[in-house]
Design a protein around this ligand. Structure first.
Ligand SMILES: C[S@@+](CC[C@H](N)C(=O)[O-])C[C@H]1O[C@@H](n2cnc3c(N)ncnc32)[C@H](O)[C@@H]1O
Length: 495
C-alpha cells in the first residue's frame, strides 16, 4: 500500500512562486490547471450540495460535473497521452451521478446519544487475527478482519475506548464519508460534501494523508492536494476561513483511502501512532514496536498465568507489554490522542474513563516475567523504561546474562517469546551461535514453548529444529516469521 503525506511546501502559494522540476513540476502544473478549472466549477458543485444537519447517515446525489471531464483530453496529466496497452484505464462511460454516503454526527452531537460510527483499526500486516480477538474481547460490535486492520462499529465513547485500550492497533480511524470515485474531481467533490465542521474548523491545523490499494489514480500527491482543497474550501464556505497545514504537529488529521473505484475519508482519532505509548525513550538496537510485541504475545497465546522469558530482551518491549497486560493497565494511559483536540471531545467523559482504569488495575503479576540480555547497557535501558512506564520496579526481573548460558528458572514451564539478534548490526553471523542456542534450549527448557520472531526465514535450519508453526508478520517493512518451537524433554526431533 502506498501512503503519502501532504507536504507544507506544496501549498498553493508555493506552487505559484517556486520553480520546480521533474515530478514536482508535473504535480504543480496539474494542480494549477485543476485549480483554474475548479474556480469555474466550484460554485455550481457547492450550490448543488444540500445538507440536512440533523441526519445521521445520509446518501447524497451530487451532480457529477467532474465525470464529464474524465476524457483523457481534459485530464491535465493525461493530455496527449494514449492509454497504454495492458495498463488499467478509467472507464469513460462512468455513470453521470455518484452516490456519496456521508456519515456524520448530528449537529447537537453528544456521545451519550449512541451514534454508531464505522471505524477502522489499522495494524501491522500479520496481526489482523490478534487485533480481531482483542476488539471482540473489548466488546466492540461488528468486528471484521480486513487487510492490515479490522473494521468495527462503535459510538464516540468507543472511539476513546479503542484508543485507550487497544494494544495491537496502530491507529483508530473514524469513517466520515465514502463514495465511488472515477477521477480526482470526484475525490474533491466527496471531500467538499463531507461535514468536516462537526469535527474541526479553521482554528485547527490540518494534515492530510492519502493511501491507496489498486487505485487507478496517477498521482497520490495530487489526490492529497484535492482532499486538502476540498476540506479547506468546505470550511472556508461554512466558517469564513480555512485551516492552516501542519504536517508535524497537526490538530486534525484527515486520511483518504483510495481503492479501485471508491474513496473513503476518515478522521484519524489517534494522532501519533498507538505503538508510541509514551514511555520508551531508551531504545537500544533494533527495538520492536510495542503493538507488534503485544501482537506476538497474542499469537503465542500467552496469558498472565504463564511464566515468560525474553533472553534477548533489548529495551524490554515484549516483557513490558506483557506486564501491562497482566496488570490490566491500559496501554494509552500516559499519552495524548488526536481526538482530544477535536470539537466533539468531551473532557469529563475522558477523565472518567481514565479514572476507571486505575480502579480496575491489578497490583501484582500472576507469574514471573524475566528479561535477559548480554549487554549491560540494554539492561539499563530496559530498567529505565520499566520505571518510566510506572510499573512496579520489581515487577519484571531484568538481568545481564548471555543467552547461551541461560538456565531454567525455578518456575513451572512457560514461554520464551523473543526477538533474537539478526544481521550485521548484531554480529551473530556465526552459524554456530544458533546451534549452541538450540542445544541450550534442549538442555534447559524442556516442556517450554519457544517463539522467535526474525527476518531470517532459515532460522529453523540454522537451529536444526523443526518449527511447529511459522506465522508471517511484518516488523515495519521487514517480512518476518514468528517461529514456534515446542521443546519436548529428551525426544526433541532434529531436522
Ligand atoms: C533485536 S534486539 C532485541 C530488541 C528488543 N526486542 C527490543 O524491543 O528492544 C536483540 C538483542 O539481543 C542481544 N543479544 C545478542 N546476543 C546475545 C546473547 N548471546 N545473549 C543475550 N543477549 C544477546 C542484543 O544485545 C540485543 O539487545
Amino acid at each position: 500500500m502506498k501512503t503519502l503525506t501532504l507536504k507544507r511546501k506544496t501549498s498553493s502559494s508555493d506552487v505559484k512562486t517556486n520553480k520546480k522540476s521533474g515530478a514536482r513540476a508535473r504535480v504543480a502544473s496539474q494542480y494549477q490547471l485543476h485549480k483554474e478549472k475548479r474556480q469555474k466549477t466550484v460554485t455550481s458543485s457547492e450550490t448543488s450540495f444540500t445538507e440536512d444537519k440533523t441526519s445521521v447517515n445520509k446518501t447524497e446525489n451530487v451532480q457529477d460535473n467532474s465525470l464529464r471531464s474524465l476524457s483523457h483530453k481534459t485530464r491535465p496529466y493525461q493530455e496527449n497521452r494514449k492509454p497504454t496497452r495492458g495498463k488499467r484505464v478509467v472507464s469513460h462511460r462512468a455513470p453521470k451521478k455518484i452516490a456519496i454516503k456521508v456519515q456524520s454526527a448530528p449537529a447537537d452531537f453528544n456521545y451519550t446519544k449512541d451514534h454508531i460510527f464505522s471505524l477502522f483499526a489499522s495494524c501491522p500486516q500479520g496481526l489482523e487475527a490478534p487485533l480481531f480477538d482483542e476488539l471482540t474481547e473489548l466488546g466492540f460490535q461488528d468486528v471484521k478482519s480486513g487487510r492490515s486492520g479490522c473494521h468495527f462499529k462503535g459510538d464516540w465513547k468507543d472511539v476513546m475506548r479503542a484508543n485507550l485500550w487497544s494494544r495491537v492497533a496502530t491507529r483508530i480511524l473514524l469513517e466520515v464519508s465514502h463514495a465511488p470515485i472515477f477521477s480526482e474531481d470526484d475525490l474533491y467533490e466527496l471531500t467538499l460534501s463531507t461535514p468536516w465542521e462537526y469535527w474541526f474548523g479553521p482554528e485547527h491545523e490540518l494534515r492530510v494523508d492519502t493511501s491507496a490499494i489498486a487505485s487507478p489514480m496517477k498521482s497520490l500527491q495530487f489526490c492529497n492536494l484535492k482532499v486538502k482543497d476540498g476540506v479547506c474550501d468546505r470550511l472556508r464556505k461554512k466558517e469564513g476561513s480555512r485551516p492552516n497545514i501542519n504536517t508535524v504537529r497537526p490538530d486534525a488529521r484527515v486520511h483518504a483511502f483510495l481503492e479501485q473505484s471508491s474513496a473513503t475519508l476518515y478522521i484519524d482519532t489517534s494522532g501519533v501512532s498507538l505503538f508510541k505509548r509514551g514511555w520508551r525513550f531508551d531504545k537500544g538496537i533494533a527495538p520492536l514496536r510495542e503493538n507488534l510485541a503485544a501482537g506476538l504475545l497474542s499469537l503465542a497465546q500467552w496469558n498472565p498465568s504463564i511464566p515468560l522469558i525474553d533472553p534477548f530482551c533489548g529495551s524490554g518491549t515484549i516483557l513490558i507489554e506483557a506486564a501491562w497486560k497482566s496488570l490490566n493497565m491500559a496501554p494509552g494511559m500516559y499519552r495524548p490522542f488526536a481526538f482530544e483536540r477535536l470539537r466533539q471531545f468531551n473532557r469529563q467523559a475522558w477523565i472518567d474513563m481514565k479514572n476507571k482504569v486505575f480502579d480496575e488495575k491489578k497490583d501484582i503479576l500472576q507469574a514471573p516475567i524475566l528479561g535477559y540480555d548480554f549487554s549491560p547497557q540494554a539492561i539499563r535501558n530496559a530498567r529505565a523504561n520499566l520505571k518510566r512506564c510506572k510499573l512496579p520496579i520489581n515487577s519484571i526481573e531484568f538481568k545481564p546474562q548471555n543467552a547461551l548460558a541461560l538456565e531454567r528458572p525455578k518456575t513451572a514451564p512457560g514461554m520464551i517469546i523473543t526477538n533474537p539478534p539478526y544481521g550485521d548490526r548484531m554480529s551473530v553471523n556465526d552459524q554456530s551461535f544458533w546451534s549452541d542456542w538450540a542445544s541450550q534450549l534442549k538442555k534447559e527448557f524442556a516442556d517450554w514453548q519457544v517463539f522467535m520472531i526474525t527476518e531470517d526465514h532459515d532460522l529453523p535450519k540454522h537451529m536444526r529444529l523443526k518449527p511447529k508453526r511459522r506465522h508471517p508478520v511484518y516488523n515495519g517493512n521487514l517480512d518476518c516469521r514468528l517461529f514456534h518451537f515446542e521443546m519436548v524433554a529428551d525426544s526433541y526431533r532434529d531436522k
